[in-house]
Design a protein around this ligand. Sequence first.
Ligand SMILES: NC(=O)c1ccc[n+]([C@@H]2O[C@H](COP(=O)([O-])OP(=O)(O)OC[C@H]3O[C@@H](n4cnc5c(N)ncnc54)[C@H](OP(=O)(O)O)[C@@H]3O)[C@@H](O)[C@H]2O)c1
Length: 338
Amino acid sequence: MNKIAGAHFQLERMANISMGKVCVTGASGFVASWLVKRLLESGYHVLGTVRDPGNKKKVAHLWNLAGAKERLELVRADLLEEGSFDDAVMACEGVFHTASPVITKSDSKEEMLDSAINGTLNVLRSCKKNPFLKRVVLTSSSSTVRLRDEAEFPPNVLLDETSWSSVEFCESIQVWYGVAKILAEKSAWEFAKENSIDLVAVLPTFVIGPNLSSELGPTVKDVLGLFKGETEKFTTFGRMGYVHIDDVASCHILVYETADAKGRYICNSAVLNSNDLAAFLAKRFPSFPIPKSLPNVYGEQTYGYNTSKIRKLGLEFKGVEEMFDDAVESLKGHGYLL
Ligand SMILES: NC(=O)c1ccc[n+]([C@@H]2O[C@H](COP(=O)([O-])OP(=O)(O)OC[C@H]3O[C@@H](n4cnc5c(N)ncnc54)[C@H](OP(=O)(O)O)[C@@H]3O)[C@@H](O)[C@H]2O)c1
């Protein structure tokens, strides 16, 4: 089949499959946009919530997605407004709750905690009102798993879904994003249990890959910084897991569609010390001023992730080469890298 015939066949297939309507909160964000793209390609009707649907700069990339004109709606909703998600959630049979502030500054504690924790409960209170809702998929984070005093980990420990980060530890190092994600996920589990909501959580590590929007989210800016020779962020990140954005979207859809999916799912491809990441990137992309090494501020870190739970559902992870190649191509495409 030639390329054009192939594309028509794909569109026809998409139009013929009726996959029901799902809500994606924070639809214009880095991760959510890719999820919306994959949901539309799978034949779903998507109702995306954004804070300002009229902001063309923020939503144009969503309207350019294949299937968007036929099966995408964007409506306004804010995590900090009680009941704001009622109408969107009421119209859907599934909810992907992805919206959350991702701010890496240490002075934004109140806003971060309020939007993440009360915002998640606000969305779940809307979910409780919809008797036809099948499942809620929450985008949590590996920050809810790995942030503990490393001295507590045995060497080379493989962290799995039973592991929880320590709120006290995050507070002691002022990582408010970690506190927010831990408390948001814990509150969500409690609320879902009390109200019989079918909840599944996806816990991605650091997400790498193409940026659909020409505006960059906070973590994409961090990656761009590293390619421009900035060392501070990735030095403070230390050892971290990395995952391709396409695998994160697939993971959300897989746990939504798999009837017996339950609980938390760590979504990670590879774990690297920041020093090894910098050395790998400097060698693979020699035209950028990436530092060949970074100061090791945390001493020996050896933890990894056991991802057998999601792999048992059939997810195969793309490698670090592909995720960074795709990220660089996209940053070049948007004119951020030459
Ligand atoms: N990026 C990563 O490496 C990574 C790793 C693990 C987990 N995650 C999780 O993935 C999710 C998306 O992150 P991202 O990297 O895609 O960040 P992002 O691009 O900044 O997207 C976050 C989204 O949340 C929305 N949001 C923030 N505050 C809101 C509020 N008060 N009301 C309504 N919407 C609000 C933002 O809306 P506006 O566009 O209006 O600002 C934005 O669309 C988050 O839950 C994050 O914790 C991300």
